[in-house]
Structure formats: structure tokens, C-alpha cells
Design a protein around this ligand. Structure first.
Ligand code: EPU
Length: 336
């Protein structure tokens, strides 16, 4: 059977680098491995992880932690306009982006350099610089851990929203995602509406717009704004940008007329980074944790933070923002 380790150190399996242990740990590179592990550990709690880049462990994890290592990128069909690409859930997300960029297929270039594995992309409905995974997503295959069956789940059944999906809500913890299929565009439609991309492209002076130029621009922006988890522990944006109704926004805007905002359907999205900065948290350090200097939405581990220390700090931010603005921040990162 696939090797199972006991009392396993998860420090290098979460990008916050918090030192917690798993009661049992293993990984699976195929459906057969997963079937075998799930039948041996039938009664145990199971947590499937990918790159560990969107979670915060606040305590040791009971049961079996399984890292998804299902690899492979495959073209499954194509026509004059589109190519359907299937990728294993254990592929590093940015490798899939580079695969698309190298073929000059459009759709995920704005999502360059997002940390983590392919399997986590639909759970979060990852997004950046004006694009979300759901814009190119077709379907996925997932193993239902209790029923022990493979389910094919189409886009509409994923219930995608801003940083959310059915896998973070009513199907939470029920599935191991096996692979996803994306529809990429052979005749790319460039999405450079996000101001920072335009500025970066101008600076880079790349000439003709291309999938590669946009990807390069996004990589540069991310590298300049966001901390590299390999250097300083973090999980990207810790909170979601809050979406509030128009009436509440008008009330709060009377007191804080300079508050930035973006339309979100009938509602209004307010940048959490701005709210947090206004509360004086940008760049501050508290013990071993703090808010990153260039982007306060990103909480960091300066070296020896525990998960509960980071969690407590996030509680403090939520409370302070609520007291000042009457807006409640929601965590984007999954807490265990
Ligand atoms: N802002 C500040 N102070 C700062 C930084 C930003 O006030 O120090 C305000 C400004 O008003 C700025 C606005 O926040 O215009 C937006 O900032 P930014 O463009 O950096 O994006 P974000 O809304 O903070 C979101 C995603 C990021 C994604 C970027 C780019 C969420 C929770 N985060 O951040 O995603 O890379 O947009 O599209 O939606 C992630 O999910 O882990 C992540 C990094």
C-alpha cells in the first residue's frame, strides 16, 4: 500500500509554514492509490491538501491528511476556436498557466503565478486582475470520499461566486478533486482592464499585446506586491473584499468620503486592503505575525508564528475594522 506516515510534520506542507502535525499523512498520485487509502482509512477523518497555499492550521490535524499528486496535462479536444485542456489536480497551477501561455492559448494568463495546485483552483474560484477561474472552467472529476464514487461536475453545478464554490459550502470536505477541464481560447481576447496591468505593460514596452506579455506583466506585478511564500510564510489575501449593499455603502461613505469602491452587481465591493490600512495595520508586526508592508490584506509569518497566533491577529483586524466601519471582513483562507 502507499506509504502512510504517522505523527507527520506539516510545516513544509502549508505556505504559512506553521508547525503542526498530522496524525497520519500520505499522498496519492492516482485514483488507485486514493481508493486503496480511502478503504484502509474508511472511518478516519480525511483532509485533502494541494500546495497548502490557502489554509491556516491552528492545531494538529487528527485523521489522515492526503496530498493530491495526480499529475498530467492533456488536450482532450479542440476546434477552430477553442482547445479543451484537462489537468490533474496535483499539477502546480502556474505550470498549467505556462503550458497555456507557451501555446499562446488565452484565458488564464491573468492568473499567472497564483500559488497552489490545480485542484484548489475551483474550490476557491481563484481570481486575479479581472479574471476568475469560472470564466474558462468547463467541468471537473472528483472522488466522493463517503460514497466512494467518481462524480463529473459541470460548471453550473459548481455554484461559483467571488472566491467561493459549492466545494467551500454545501459540499465542503466531501470530495477529492481529481482533474479539471478548461476551455482555452485559440483567438485570445485580452483582458487588460485592470489598471496595474496596463501600467506594467507600458513600462515593459513589449510591443504587440500577447498572452505571454500579459502573463509576464502579471508575474512582475505579483512579485513586486506580494510576498513569496518560499521566503516569508503567507497564504495570499487572508480576507475577501467585502461586498455590501448600496444603502450601507452610502451611510459609511458619508463618514469616509474617500473610501474606494467597485460595483459588484447590485451591490458594492470595498477593498479590504484599504479598510485594514485605515485601521493602521499596514506593515505592522505583532509578535511573529503581521500585515505585509506592500499589501495589508496579506498576513505573514515572520518565522515562528503559530496558526493560532495568526488567527488571533486576524480576529483583532476583523474587530477593529468592524468598530471603525461597521463592515465585517470574511476570511478567504480556510481555517483548520
Ligand atoms: N489598497 C490599499 N492599500 C494597499 C493596497 C491596496 O488601500 O496597500 C486598496 C486600493 O484602493 C487598491 C485596492 O485596495 O486599489 C485593490 O488592491 P489590489 O489591486 O492590490 O487588489 P486586492 O483587492 O487587494 C485582489 C485579490 C488578489 C488579487 C488582486 C489582483 C481578493 C481577496 N484578493 O486583491 O488575490 O491578486 O485583487 O486582482 O480578492 C488572493 O486571493 O490570494 C489574491 C492575492
Amino acid at each position: 500500500m502507499t506509504k502512510v506516515l504517522e505523527d507527520f510534520d506539516l510545516t513544509s506542507y502549508n505556505t504559512f509554514h506553521v508547525p503542526v502535525r498530522a496524525e497520519y499523512f500520505s499522498s496519492f498520485g492516482s485514483m488507485d492509490d486514493l481508493l486503496e487509502l480511502s478503504s484502509h482509512f474508511g472511518n478516519h477523518q480525511k483532509l485533502i491538501i494541494g500546495g497548502g497555499s490557502n489554509l491556516l492550521f491552528t492545531k494538529d490535524v487528527g485523521g489522515l491528511v492526503l496530498q493530491n499528486k495526480i499529475r498530467g496535462i492533456e488536450i482532450i479536444s479542440e476546434d477552430e476556436n477553442f482547445v479543451f485542456v484537462n489537468a490533474g489536480a496535483g499539477v502546480v497551477w502556474h505550470e498549467l498557466v505556462l503550458f497555456a501561455v507557451n501555446h499562446q492559448w488565452g484565458g488564464i494568463e491573468n492568473l499567472s503565478l497564483i500559488p497552489g495546485f490545480v485542484g484548489a483552483a475551483p474550490i476557491q474560484n481563484i481570481g486575479a486582475y479581472g479574471v476568475e477561474l469560472c470564466n474558462v472552467f468547463e467541468e471537473l472529476e472528483a472522488f466522493h470520499l463517503k460514497d466512494r464514487e467518481i462524480h463529473k461536475i459541470k460548471k453550473d453545478d459548481c455554484e461559483f461566486g467571488y472566491r467561493k464554490s459549492v466545494f467551500k459550502n454545501k459540499s465542503k470536505g466531501q470530495y477529492a478533486i481529481l482533474n479539471i477541464t478548461l476551455r482555452l481560447n485559440k483567438k485570445p481576447v485580452f483582458n487588460i482592464g485592470y489598471g496595474a496591468i496596463q501600467k506594467q505593460l507600458e513600462q515593459m514596452n513589449t510591443g504587440e499585446l500577447s498572452v505571454k506579455a500579459i502573463s509576464d506583466a502579471v508575474i512582475q506585478i505579483r512579485q513586486s506586491k506580494l510576498p513569496d511564500p518560499a521566503v516569508i510564510g503567507n497564504a495570499g489575501s487572508f480576507f475577501k473584499n467585502p461586498i455590501i449593499d448600496f444603502e450601507s455603502f452610502q451611510e459609511v461613505k458619508k463618514i469616509f468620503p474617500e473610501m474606494p469602491s467597485y460595483p459588484a452587481g447590485e451591490k458594492i465591493k470595498v477593498p479590504a486592503a484599504w479598510l485594514i490600512e485605515q485601521c493602521g495595520f499596514k506593515g505592522i508586526r505583532v509578535g511573529n505575525t503581521g500585515c505585509y508592508k506592500n499589501q495589508p490584506l496579506v498576513l505573514v509569518n515572520y518565522g515562528n508564528a503559530t496558526g493560532s497566533e495568526i488567527f488571533e491577529f486576524s480576529e483583532r483586524i476583523i474587530q477593529t475594522v468592524r468598530e471603525k466601519f461597521q463592515i465585517t471582513l470574511e476570511r478567504e483562507v480556510n481555517i483548520f
